[in-house]
Ligand binder design. Structure first.
Ligand code: EA1
Length: 223
């Protein structure tokens, strides 16, 4: 096993300079804006490239805001999000989520400050990965996202975790237990929320390039 903890994984990934300058510093496009919410729903079971097309459609139709999505015509919404698949379900769930945000928080800024993981997991169509994506990238919370790229990369490195929570705990503990080293790596004391955001981004960027079917090639990480 060439990677003993998640700090070593971060170190190995960081050497490869995977995150391009032109990206948002928190990796997710338009991080800390409302756009992350539809992005996190639409990216379920599909490729990000297809999500970008749906988001463009929503933007062109002037529907890329909490209130506009809550009040949109559902048929129009379904047409606009078609590129990202499962569009009937995703459109309905996205609209219901927006209505619930308005009902329970009033506006997006209040939602960013006050939403909890439990509230998100109580929403139809939101599981752990989507909830954590929204907390991390829409709300700027100290949350490490686990996705299928992460699972496949860790499997390739020889790990066999039992659950989402176990993977997340492994990723978080290696960082928290090595914070001085992490700060040294970045040559500054970045907030933990930023470290987790970029760490997940690096994992996705690496896996996307080195994935072959269900497996990920790890040579570059282990040399
Ligand atoms: N996946 C590959 C993603 C990406 N860029 N490239 C992604 N998932 C969520 N994303 C946001 C941004």
């Amino acid at each position: 096993m060439c990677i003993a903890n998640s700090y070593e994984l971060l170190h190995a990934l960081k050497r490869l300079e995977l995150l391009k300058e032109e990206r948002h510093p928190l990796w997710w496009p338009n991080a800390l804006t409302f756009e992350v919410v539809p992005g996190a729903i639409l990216t379920q079971q599909t490729k990000w490239q297809k999500v970008e097309k749906s988001l463009e459609n929503l933007k062109e139709a002037d529907l890329l805001s909490l209130n506009a999505l809550a009040n949109a015509d559902i048929k129009q919404l379904q047409t606009l999000v078609k590129p990202s698949g499962f569009y009937n379900t995703k459109a309905k769930r996205l609209q219901q989520l927006c209505r619930n945000i308005i009902n329970d928080f009033g506006d997006f800024e209040t939602f960013q400050k006050e939403v909890t993981r439990e509230w998100l997991l109580g929403q139809k169509g939101i599981g752990e990965e989507t909830a954590d994506s929204i907390l991390c990238y829409a709300c700027g919370k100290e949350v490490m996202v686990v996705d299928s790229y992460t699972q496949r990369l860790l499997n390739a490195l020889g790990y066999a975790f039992e659950s989402y929570g176990e993977i997340q705990e492994w990723l978080v503990s290696g960082i928290v237990e090595n914070l001085p080293h992490v700060y040294e790596l970045y040559q500054e004391e970045l907030p933990l929320s930023t470290i987790y955001s970029r760490f997940h981004g690096k994992i996705v960027a690496y896996a996307k390039v080195h994935i072959r079917g269900r497996s990920v090639y790890i040579e570059e990480l282990c040399r």
